[in-house]
Design a protein around this ligand. Sequence first.
Ligand SMILES: CC(C)=CCC/C(C)=C/CC/C(C)=C/C=C/C(C)=C/C=C/C=C(C)/C=C/C=C(C)/C=C/C=C(C)/C=C/CC(C)(C)O
Ligand SMILES: C[S@@+](CC[C@H](N)C(=O)[O-])C[C@H]1O[C@@H](n2cnc3c(N)ncnc32)[C@H](O)[C@@H]1O
Length: 377
Amino acid sequence: MLSGAWRDRLHAWRNRLLADPRFQRAAARLPLTRPIARRRSRELFDLCAGFIYSQVVLASVRLGVLDALAEGPRRPAALAAELGLPEASAERLLAAAAALRLLERRSGGRYGLGDLGAVLASSPGIRAMVEHHAVLYDDLQDPVALLRSERGGTALGAYWGYAGAEAPEALSAEQVGPYSELMAASQPMVAAEVLDAYSLRRHRRLMDVGGGEGAFLLAAAERWPHLAGCVVDLPAVAERAQARFAEQGVADRLTAVGADFFREALPGDADLVTLVRILHDHDDEQALALLRNLHRSLRPGTTLLVAEPMASTPGAERVGDAYFGIYLFAMGRGRPRTAEENQALLRAAGFAEPRLLRGCNPLQARVIAAKSRDQSP
Ligand SMILES: CC(C)=CCC/C(C)=C/CC/C(C)=C/C=C/C(C)=C/C=C/C=C(C)/C=C/C=C(C)/C=C/C=C(C)/C=C/CC(C)(C)O
Ligand SMILES: C[S@@+](CC[C@H](N)C(=O)[O-])C[C@H]1O[C@@H](n2cnc3c(N)ncnc32)[C@H](O)[C@@H]1O
């Protein structure tokens, strides 16, 4: 094993080599290194141009290109009028979207859905996120100013009304509506990952803490019809959940409780508790306070699942460290934690045996299971 100092020397040598234009030209010419050189230059180009790709995705979603092509391939001229675009603009957008594999060129000058476009067209959750990113775009206009600023005071912080609120329990229906809708739209992707990672067969009662308008609880109850449960969230959000349960005719099995999860006692009758996309919203001190408050409410042996995207996840570093790292920074509080950091927080709050579950796709969430401990002295 190389020591840290030797590894640093090796990296310094590699970086000098990579920065040398003669090495770059030679690597691009040699048949053995050419594929690597091309891949690296494409990767760097993509990092520099990613904002344009994102806007092509946004335009395709907003103009309804994907919906239109979900019905079958079309020519640009035929699509232009429907999209409300001049023909030349439609051609430019369709060619860009095809290069990004949202679309594919088909025979006779037509375009159809590409493989990535087919997934995007089928997912209201991803589309809602694409639209939502407009809020973050404003805050990222000057990333250096954002990074130098005191955290808070951003458009994204205002969007997530509870972030930095003195009295989150007083948030109004108007303040919680947009984020609750966004969370509900994107929840199916997360719920699938969590429910595939952990079987609820032997559980009877699920409490989803910070469960929004109940989308995760509904997905769990649909997969496991024997299950009853409740959502705990801020009063204005719990009202939305209650209305949803009534609308779906499951209000006898699923209920909603309005409470501040930092300060109030939570119902203690569940044998499974979930925190889905919750802990990373909060700085360490608050996350620990939440876990401790939760632990106080639970019977010993209750299972807790923590599910959220995590930092340093092999193969999903860009999601955890880059996307959610910057997203939560702009939001004004919280950070993506590694699985190990989340496990340490759980132990510090009194939970035992935290273990990372095997999942299918860590992009949406990784899942940690732990148990509440006996708290009697
Ligand atoms: C021959 C054929 C047909 C195939 C052979 C090859 C083959 C097997 C291909 C597989 C194809 C396939 C099934 C692909 C599936 C792709 C999927 C499911 C892609 C999913 C993509 C998901 C995305 C892009 C999700 C984006 C989510 C975002 C941006 C979430 C943001 C969340 C936020 C902002 C949350 C905020 C909450 C807060 C505040 C941080 O707490
Ligand atoms: C990022 S959302 C996650 C919602 C849901 N678990 C999901 O994954 O779709 C965070 C949730 O925590 C709730 N929340 C924030 N602060 C809270 C507090 N102090 N007490 C109760 N709920 C709170 C919010 O209202 C929101 O529904």
